[in-house]
Design a protein around this ligand. Sequence first.
Ligand SMILES: O=C(O)c1cccc(C(=O)CC[C@H]2O[C@@H](n3cnc4c(=O)[nH]cnc43)[C@H](O)[C@@H]2O)c1
Length: 234
Amino acid sequence: MSFEANYNQFTDFIPWSQQSPLRVLVVTAALPERDAVLRGLKSDPRFEVLLGGVGPVAAGVNTSRALAAANYNLVISAGFAGGFPNRAEVGSVVVGTEIVAADLGAETPEGFSSLNELGFGSTCIRTDKGLVDYVTKALVKAKLRVFNGPVLTVSTVTGTAETAKEMMARIPRAAAEAMEGYGVGFAALDQGLPVIEVRAISNMVGPRNRSAWRIREALEVLEAVFQVLSEVSI
Ligand SMILES: O=C(O)c1cccc(C(=O)CC[C@H]2O[C@@H](n3cnc4c(=O)[nH]cnc43)[C@H](O)[C@@H]2O)c1
């Protein structure tokens, strides 16, 4: 289906799609992720791919800078992520329903208190539901293994079973953990733009085991994701 046909499908119910022409900023953390996304997109002119750096601060600052320099109407945070056990396995894709700054808060004798609970703002950025559903369906149709759920943003990669358990208790439906989504999402929100997070699962969240990382597989999945997105022209 052509870009215009798909684009028009949204015009009844997704405000961002009424803005024309569609320009999408994709923010990746590292070079291999950026290159995989570019290979998938095959020079689709509607997409710009930014190397935003690792972690929420670098990603947020670089996204803000890019959004200030040009007009976009959609932002995508993309790359690898850890999958939570029984939620998203290695080689699958997670399309985030929410972006949650999972370690932004305070440790108290009673346990962790999020920024929300402390009354200092929100740790949760909502993603565009219509777009999340649309992207999910397109990826499933392309035979990718896709899961939906909150994607956590952390400043410290989880490296023990205890912390993984704690994260799952804190955000029970969490599907994946990465390090940039909240920064990218905050910058998009600041400009009034919709955001989604799409992650290829390279490892499981839990005890540190670098030999179990499946980077090449995750890169292939990331490339396939953006090939699909280019073909359905979100
Ligand atoms: O040294 C380690 O044990 C280790 C384990 C997981 C990830 C790292 C990184 O430095 C990668 C950071 C990079 O990749 C994304 N990512 C991928 N998997 C995870 C994860 O399980 N938890 C958090 N982030 C992850 C992340 O978005 C960064 O861009 C090192």
